[in-house]
Design a protein around this ligand. Structure first.
Ligand code: ATP
Ligand code: MG
Length: 426
């Protein structure tokens, strides 16, 4: 029995008209067509699904002929993207997979006519349901709806086999358990350690995708704990295992306390590592350069909000070193660390730094060489010097003077300070 009574959440769901239109057109041409995968899962969980994936018995060439705007996204795998008026939708031919020789991708793809065979190749029961809203046909051959209700991530088929076919799946199991706050079914979980060598061969980009989704979910601490318990963490970020158990526990709490922004979550995760080590780890995960740079900058300045204030001049120096753009993130990260440690004193400090930062930034003090009332050209004129190292030194000296007291940021005052500086340094 694979076709089941339609759960109310699906029966009552209002799908976008243009998605229904795509399904109608496929079915009108005599093909089977279903919504599949994450969308069906999310609707059953009462969440608004974002991307629509359609599985169909039509071959990609047939799909291409049925619609005006089609992008041949992955024709050889049976996937095309149909552009509708307001949306786009991936349409993939029912397929099965040949043997997996390398534990990463199937050696061949076979196209099939029955939706149940397509669902059988999918990773977890909660991801292996299909729904045709036109004929109200719900297909759930592996008990996905029951597993959703029990809040369990369970492999379709034999876990050990499925994990050796595609070594990414254990990480996906953890990702779904973490994001959805589900348990991993015992048999599925127990199969993980024996398949770690397959996982080790997975492309770092695919690992990064799943890790980032785990970190950006509502329970990142739980996700990292599951990765640790299943020994996946040693494959993904061995650097983290050099930290003590106490540090790891603190890291899980810091992660949960950090806002859901990619750089903040990675900085919370790598908090105890030297910035250079963290940078190498982020590079090995092939994160975008901008994300790496921001995360490393956060780690370099991680004490920004946690060191007690000495005075406004010292705060301006801190702000100058951090750069305005990083300040809100540094405050959030400091708050997450203080909360993770349940440290009242640290929390009070973060609070003080936050308030003082707002007050000081409201006066719009100069924080960079570019904001000085004298530019490099003017400095050269006053010093009578050609471009060179001394100009840079002079500008840094002036910035230091202005950070100490912003009222000094006037051409005449800076000119006088520069004269004194030259007299002293020559
Ligand atoms: P999300 O909401 O995070 O996108 P999703 O379930 O849509 O979750 P995707 O990675 O977009 O996840 O994959 C779409 C569907 O393709 C999954 O629901 C699953 O049925 C199938 N799938 C994806 N990756 C695999 C895999 N490695 N092995 C087997 N099936 C997979
Ligand atoms: Mg998806």
């Amino acid at each position: 029995m694979t076709h089941h009574p339609v759960p109310p959440a699906l029966a009552h769901s209002l799908f976008p008209e243009e998605i229904l239109e795509v399904l109608r057109r496929l079915k009108g041409a005599g093909h089977a067509a279903y919504l599949v995968g994450g969308l069906v899962r999310d609707v059953l969980l009462g969440k608004a699904g974002a991307d629509f994936d359609i599985a169909t018995s039509a071959r990609a060439e047939q799909v291409q002929k049925l619609f005006r705007k089609v992008i041949p996204t992955g024709i050889q795998h049976g996937t095309v993207t149909v552009l509708t008026r307001r949306d786009k939708v991936e349409v993939t031919t029912f397929r099965g997979e040949g043997a997996y020789a390398d534990g990463r991708r199937p050696d061949s793809v076979v196209f099939l006519d029955d939706v149940v065979d397509d669902l059988a190749r999918r990773d977890f029961t909660i991801n292996a349901m299909a729904f045709d809203p036109i004929d109200q046909d719900f297909v759930d051959p592996f008990g996905g709806a029951d597993d959703l209700a029990r809040r369990v991530v369970r492999c379709v088929g034999t876990p050990r086999d499925r994990f050796t076919e595609d070594g990414l799946r254990p990480l996906r199991a953890v990702r779904f358990a973490s994001v959805l706050d589900f348990e991993i079914d015992p048999a599925t979980r127990e199969a993980i350690p024996a398949t770690l060598s397959t996982f080790a061969r997975i492309a770092r980009e695919r690992v990064r995708e799943e890790l980032s989704k785990t970190l950006l979910g509502p329970h990142p601490g739980r996700g990292i704990r599951l990765l640790h318990e299943t020994a996946l963490l040693a494959e993904i970020l061995p650097e983290l295992l050099t930290t003590s158990p106490g540090q790891l526990a603190r890291t899980l709490a810091r992660l949960d306390a950090a806002p859901r922004e990619v750089e903040l979550r990675y900085a919370a995760l790598l908090w105890d590592l030297a910035p250079e080590v963290a940078e190498a780890a982020l590079e090995s995960l092939r994160l975008p350069r901008a994300v790496i740079d921001t995360t490393v900058a956060l780690l370099r300045m991680q004490s920004f909000a946690l060191e007690p204030l000495v005075g406004d001049a010292e705060l301006r120096r801190r702000l100058s070193r951090a750069g305005r753009a990083l300040v809100p993130k540094l405050l959030s990260l400091g708050a997450a660390e203080a909360q993770a440690g349940a440290d009242r004193e640290a929390q009070a400090t973060v609070h003080d730094v936050q308030a003082a930062t707002e007050r000081v930034l409201a006066t719009n003090p100069p924080l960079t060489v570019g904001e000085l009332a004298l530019d490099g050209r003017a400095v050269m004129g006053i010093l009578g010097s050609a471009p060179g190292r001394v100009v840079g030194e002079a500008l840094r000296f002036l910035l230091e003077q202005v950070l100490e007291d912003p009222s000094r940021n006037e051409p005449s005052t800076l000119e006088k300070l520069l004269g004194d500086w030259r007299a002293k340094s020559s």
